[in-house]
Design a protein around this ligand. Structure first.
Ligand SMILES: [Zn+2]
Length: 150
């Protein structure tokens, strides 16, 4: 059958996706019967699609895929935003807390309870923030795992 191998690639792709009309499918069948190059293209595409097909993701419709891609992208940006917010905050907090504690401890006029209490409060708060961040990171990893299995 007379055909343009390059153009047929598109047809083969649609053929594998089951998107072709009856007549187009028959045309591809005929082409595959007598063109080695197109048969090879067909085999390659089939192999590739089988590999992709093992992932449940491929079962989804195009609309769902777009939605998931969009979700993952926004999620990534949200995470970047969170990181951009949290990291300087921790640094700021750490530096500020350190300076405050240092100045209180160095101050001979400061009462003893403040010298002991302030580092304790700041240390406790720091530990709390750290724990929350750690939990969020753990939760994020679990979320990611769930995403793969949508
Ligand atoms: Zn061909």
């Amino acid at each position: 059958m007379k055909h343009d191998c390059q153009e047929t690639e598109l047809l083969i792709s649609g053929y594998l996706d089951g998107e072709l009309t009856q007549s187009d499918r028959q045309r591809v069948d005929l082409i595959l019967e007598d063109c080695i190059q197109c048969t090879e293209t067909h085999q390659e595409m089939k192999k590739f699609r089988k590999g992709v097909g093992d992932i449940p993701f491929d079962i989804l419709t195009k609309k769902e895929k777009t939605a998931i891609n969009k979700y993952v992208t926004t999620n990534t940006w949200a995470n970047v935003g969170q990181l951009m917010f949290i990291v300087p905050l921790i640094l700021l907090y750490g530096t500020g807390a350190f300076l405050m504690v240092a100045s209180v401890i160095k101050d001979p006029e400061a009462p003893l309870w403040l010298k002991i209490g302030l580092p304790s409060i700041i240390g406790g708060l720091g530990l709390m923030v750290f724990t929350v961040v750690l939990q969020r990171i753990k939760a994020h990893k679990t979320d990611k795992y769930k995403d793969v299995h949508i």
